[in-house]
Design a protein around this ligand. Structure first.
Ligand SMILES: O=C(O)[C@H]1O[C@H](OP(=O)(O)OP(=O)(O)OC[C@H]2O[C@@H](n3ccc(=O)[nH]c3=O)[C@H](O)[C@@H]2O)[C@H](O)[C@@H](O)[C@@H]1O
Length: 425
């Protein structure tokens, strides 16, 4: 019987020797290749490990939250300081326009307030920092973080037992949605779901009041807009994400027993406002002698908005929080039906954009250089007009500031904030 070796390598001894040498050479080169391969795999693995270490290390080192001092700040800020009916509120978007005003109003009456804001650069972050300073002076702590960071949210709910969430963090702006659609999905959809997930899991669950928008009425032509009107014709991605938010919050109310109130804001304006909005950018341009672009609808019809003053909206937000009713679930389990509400927070008296410009001219004592152009098809709607009877009935919402008065207050703030000599105007 031939041996295995002979079976493998039969024939003459000489040939066998040669083959044997060849076999050894082959084996040697195969094992060298094998060793090299092993070496390369080990090198790649250690590189990947190093990368992930650096990543987590970076996250750790650049993290702006966590630690004993940070936790103490959260706990202090969340503390209720009034004897009856106080609430502890997590305000998302607290360095934003509406968020900063609502936070101050809650703190003033003794409620606990913790803010969270990602300080993104959609508009001048220095204005957000200035609002934050104002809040800090009033003992309100703002966490620098994103609502998509679930770990951060879980941590916040771990250390402060929030009774309410005032959710105002969002990617705002109707026309910018065509430039940066992803940012609307990030904040208004993914961020909202991230927040709701943490809220539904927490124990006790907080009641949630959040900012929807008048833009959900889209191409609706029935006026004034009532909450029961159709909202299935959004004219912009912004509006579509707010409408999606209304459906998403409904799901969380239905499945998990979260108490939800959605507020449809109507073109909110006032001191500490948003520089991307027309009244604000018009003021800047008018003062700098630059032209402004005034959009017009078809057949030169003026566009109109139900401009709503910030103090009125703040009252609406607080009225909603006070009447929100409790969430019924805990730890992700529903225990019974919870309130699901939607309210218009408007002013009920629309004003055309040229009229708004005329008011600014009066307060600024400067004539605007107006360029009238046909409204581009980028998400705008021709007019908005709120029916507010539901909010009035539920929590006595009653706006008291007309546009003329509100813009006067805005201009006063603008001139002082940007250092204009008011005596010269
Ligand atoms: O009520 C709302 O739901 C929305 O109100 C505003 O949206 P918008 O009413 O479009 O407010 P502005 O951007 O300040 O525009 C006000 C009016 O000025 C007009 N406009 C705007 C910009 C411009 O350069 N020229 C101009 O004529 C617009 O067409 C609009 O009719 C906010 O920007 C949205 O975040 C908010 O959700």
């Amino acid at each position: 019987m031939p041996s295995l070796e002979e079976e493998l390598f039969p024939s003459t001894p000489g040939k066998f020797k040669d083959r044997n040498r060849h076999f050894h050479r082959c084996f040697a080169s195969t094992s060298t290749m094998f060793l090299w391969a092993l070496f390369l795999i080990a090198l790649t693995a250690s590189y990947l490990c190093f990368q992930s270490f650096m990543d987590s290390g970076n996250r750790y080192f650049t993290s702006t939250w966590g630690g004993h001092h940070w936790e103490r700040n959260v706990i202090n800020s969340a503390q209720i300081r009034r004897s009856h009916g106080g609430m502890s509120v997590l305000v998302t978007g607290a360095a934003g326009f509406v968020g900063s005003h609502v936070s101050l109003a809650l703190k003033k009456r003794g409620d606990g307030v913790v803010g969270i804001d990602n300080f993104n650069n959609y508009y001048d972050p220095s204005l957000k920092k200035a609002r934050k300073n104002l809040l800090t002076q009033n003992s309100i702590f703002i966490v620098d973080g994103d609502i998509n960071d679930s770990k951060l949210l879980v941590k916040l709910f771990d250390i402060a037992r929030f009774t309410h969430v005032m959710h105002l963090a969002a990617q705002a702006g109707v026309r910018y949605a065509m430039e940066n659609p992803g940012s609307y999905i990030h904040s208004n959809i993914a961020g909202l779901v991230s927040l709701l997930e943490v809220c539904k899991n927490s124990n006790p669950q907080p009641a949630i009041v959040w900012a929807s928008s008048s833009s959900v009425y889209g191409l609706n032509e029935k006026v004034p807009f009532s909450e029961s009107d159709r909202t299935d014709q959004p004219a912009s991605l912004y509006a579509a994400t707010k409408k999606a938010g209304e459906e998403i919050t409904h799901t969380y109310n239905h499945i998990y027993g979260l108490s939800i109130t959605g507020l449809r804001f109507f073109t909110v304006y006032g001191p500490w406002g948003r520089p991307d909005m027309a009244y604000f950018s018009f003021t800047r341009n008018i003062l700098q002698g630059k032209p402004i672009t005034v959009y017009r609808g078809k057949n030169r019809v003026d566009l109109a908005r139900d401009f709503t003053y910030i103090d009125d909206v703040v009252k609406g937000c607080i009225g909603s929080l006070d009447t929100s009713g409790k969430s019924t679930g805990s730890g992700g389990k529903k225990r019974g039906p919870a309130p699901y509400r939607i309210f218009n927070l408007g002013n009920t008296s629309p004003v055309t954009v040229p009229m708004m410009v005329a008011m600014l001219e009066k307060h600024l004592k400067v004539k605007a250089k107006k360029n009238f152009v046909v409204m581009p098809g980028n998400g705008d709607v021709p007019f908005t007009h709120a029916n507010i009877s539901s909010a009035r009935k539920e929590f006595g919402y009653k706006p008291t500031t007309d546009l003329q008065t509100g813009l006067k207050k805005f201009v006063k703030w603008y001139l002082s904030y940007y250092g204009y000599d008011q005596g010269k105007l």
